[in-house]
Write a protein that binds this ligand. Sequence first.
Ligand SMILES: Nc1ncnc2c1ncn2[C@@H]1O[C@H](COP(=O)(O)OP(=O)(O)O)[C@@H](O)[C@H]1O
Ligand SMILES: [Mg+2]
Length: 382
Amino acid sequence: MRANFGKIHKSGKNKSPNFTQKFSTTQSSPEKSEDEVKRKMAPVLQSSQPWVEKYRPKQVKDVAHQEEVVRVLTNTLETANCPHMLFYGPPGTGKTTTALAIAHQLFGPELYKSRVLELNASDDRGINVVRTKIKTFAAVAVGSGQRRGGYPCPPYKIIILDEADSMTEDAQNALRRTMETYSKVTRFFFICNYISRIIEPLASRCAKFRFKPLSEEVMSSRVLHICNEEGLNLDAEALSTLSSISHGDLRRAITYLQGAARLFGSSITSKDLISVSGVIPPEVVEGLFAVCRSGDFDLANKEVNNIIAEGYPASLLLSQLFDVVVETEDISDEQQARICKCLAKVDKCLVDGADEYLQLLDVASNVIRAVCNMPEEFQYDC
Ligand SMILES: Nc1ncnc2c1ncn2[C@@H]1O[C@H](COP(=O)(O)OP(=O)(O)O)[C@@H](O)[C@H]1O
Ligand SMILES: [Mg+2]
């Protein structure tokens, strides 16, 4: 269910320019033309640039809460000796940020374009691309490693495969040979949410780094930093709401914050954040749970009817109800377990296309039975 919840907002993804742009190095004074473009675009960029990009840490050491990863990678930067890497963990925890930062710190702006190939889920990464583009890039030899402009510039290239778990198994298999054949001149960075979706032969060739969900304090401090920079006013309640609706995903938190700032100006309340995030207002979910706890089926039916009439998505209601149930302290573990079991079943039914109203009614009746300690299944006397 949490996975469902996590899918709602996936904005703020870094869009990489297409392959040809990245692969072809502009030989004739690249910095000059780039600078000119930047200068011309600056005012437009500043107003429309997503904050997720604007506040993306540029250096590995600025990545918060992933101390172990940062420690190992800082060493890597010093020796400029880097293995193939696999970054995995929940969304919005700094994986892409870390990969981009390390590539930038290794090569600097001058060499970055010719040494680093970024491909994410929006680029075609089927088996043909692996056999052609990736292989061609991987095969290119690079000069011996010599520091340039204060950057280590090691003698290899980096291929960043973001959201690698969305690559087909065939494409992943096709990568095995490329990885091995060109490992002297190319390092691969795989980034994914689910490590189990990366085939074992690839995973076993990489140094693996797990990214932890960000704690509430870390989220709050990053959010407050952005509020300071942007001149926003966020009270304590809004801050804690933002942390709880983002579930440790800082990208989501920043996106909600920017959405709320656009719509509601510089003073943002907890309600504003809830309305831009699309989550069901907590009082609706708590209301349904309270009615169920009263044991009155008619009232529960009315509440479910209201929820459906309001158009709240049932699957989202399940995940929010789940949070309410596990946080409720005055019901027993067994009662909580019974409710969670029902939520899981209903979640599956919804995925299979069952009717939302009937499924929510099923949840409501199961919650009533659990909290009133009625038997799990009805017994019919024949
Ligand atoms: N550990 C972190 N430290 C600082 N900022 C972070 C961290 N994790 C995420 N962010 C913020 O969230 C945004 C998205 O992070 P990203 O690295 O793209 O996440 P993902 O793990 O999904 O690749 C970044 O632009 C950055 O502003
Ligand atoms: Mg990412």
